[in-house]
Design a protein around this ligand. Structure first.
Ligand code: MG
Length: 391
């Protein structure tokens, strides 16, 4: 050991009450500690800051035609919102120059509409010039169903704890990247949200959220365990089916515009296994429903027409049905006899039709919907093959 190193060691050892001055990395002993499934504390300053990724250019976002628009820049759109307080109270947030602005200390605002699984588009801009630091700079929040916060914060040049960064699932998961524009510029946020589904206190389908910030993926199908909270670990537990969208008043005049959502198709709750695959029962029920719809449409076609025969055979792909199968066999026998009786010229004129029937029956035989040795099918196949129409 070199003497200089040794003397440094001795200096520290001899003066144990002397602490070296180091730059603070943030507040420890703050949020809930790590546990068996979470390696980081909640709001852990040891967790790395999201890496910088340049945002994609601002797009002129227009709501899709099936979207429910919650804010379109008009004063009238205020009617879609209310103060997040018991009862029905108008919000004190204001509409100014086509934007919806938080009035500090007026409280959260919530949509009158309640909804669950959705695609949501929100744009926000933080105050400029920026004031405050960490969680104190341009803080607001997008609360899905009023329970899960996607953080709104000016982190353009402002470190904070990673799980409280802009576009974090607050206290749960930091964004994959910092793709923010400078304060004052519009941030375009697109969210796909599936809430946790509970039955009899059991989670039968976990919640997930995917978020894009300025066109950059920042939450990739992030697991949602429960509502988010400050300093506390998000815990699994019964979750409602729908709730209002809430925007947070965190004391900063954050501005919003272009807020709309599209409902996502409902999941068949406990019939859906975690992979997203339909359960057997739900699949059979859906196939039965599809087959019935096809049969209904076949009924409206001319009786004993080729189209009706093909439509009925199509229904068998979804559901085995003896009556339909027997009906189809009769139709196939009649069809085989009819084309067999045609002259070569007449047959040639119906080439496309025969090819179509051959192709359909070939498919049905391949997937064992139709018996491969059925007499009518064999007859039709031999005619098609004799003319080289099987390809
Ligand atoms: Mg917030």
């Amino acid at each position: 050991m070199k003497l200089t190193t040794l003397s440094g060691f001795l200096a520290v050892s001899l003066f144990p009450t002397t602490f070296a001055c180091v730059a603070s990395t943030g507040q420890p002993f703050y949020g809930d500690p790590p546990d068996a499934h979470h390696a980081w504390c909640v709001h852990d300053w040891n967790r790395p800051q999201p890496p910088r990724v340049e945002p994609k250019p601002l797009v002129d976002a227009k709501p899709p035609t099936d979207a429910v628009v919650l804010f379109d820049g008009s004063e009238a759109a205020l009617a879609n919102w209310e103060a997040d307080k018991p009862g029905r109270e108008a919000t004190k947030w204001i509409v100014k120059d086509g934007v919806f602005q938080c009035v500090p200390k007026s409280g959260y605002v919530r949509s009158k509409a309640k909804f669950g699984d959705c695609k949501l588009h929100v744009e926000w801009a933080s105050p400029t010039p920026p004031q405050g630091e960490s969680q104190g700079r341009g803080n607001s929040g997008i609360f899905l169903m009023g329970l899960v916060e996607i953080q709104v914060l000016d982190n353009y040049d402002n470190p904070t704890y990673a799980d409280g960064f802009a576009c974090s699932v607050y206290g749960v998961n930091p964004p994959l990247a910092n793709a923010l524009r400078p304060p004052g510029e519009w941030q375009q946020i697109d969210i796909e949200y599936r809430h946790p589904v509970y039955r009899d206190d059991q989670c039968v389908n976990p919640g997930f959220v995917t978020v894009y910030c300025n066109g950059v993926l920042v939450q990739d199908h992030t697991l949602l365990e429960g509502p988010t909270g400050h300093k506390t670990r998000s815990k699994p537990g019964p979750f409602p089916e729908a709730g209002p969208l809430k925007l947070q008043d965190h004391g900063n005049p954050v501005r919003f515009r272009n807020i709309w959502y599209q409902l996502l198709p409902p999941r068949a709750d406990d019939e859906v296994v975690k992979s997203g695959q339909l359960g057997t029962e739900a699949t059979l029920a859906k196939r039965k429903e599809i087959a019935a719809t096809i049969r209904e449409s076949a009924k409206k076609m001319p009786e004993q027409s080729v189209n009706q025969m093909l439509r009925l055979s199509e229904s068998l792909v979804y559901e085995k049905d003896e009556a339909t199968y027997n009906n189809l066999k009769q139709l196939a026998v009649a069809y085989a006899a009819s084309i067999k009786s045609l002259t070569a010229e007449q047959l040639q004129a119906r080439k496309d039709e025969v090819k179509g029937v051959f192709k359909a029956f070939q498919y049905l035989a391949k997937f064992k919907v139709f018996e491969a040795n059925d007499a009518a099918w064999t007859e039709i196949a031999s005619i098609a093959k004799a003319h080289g129409w099987e390809k």
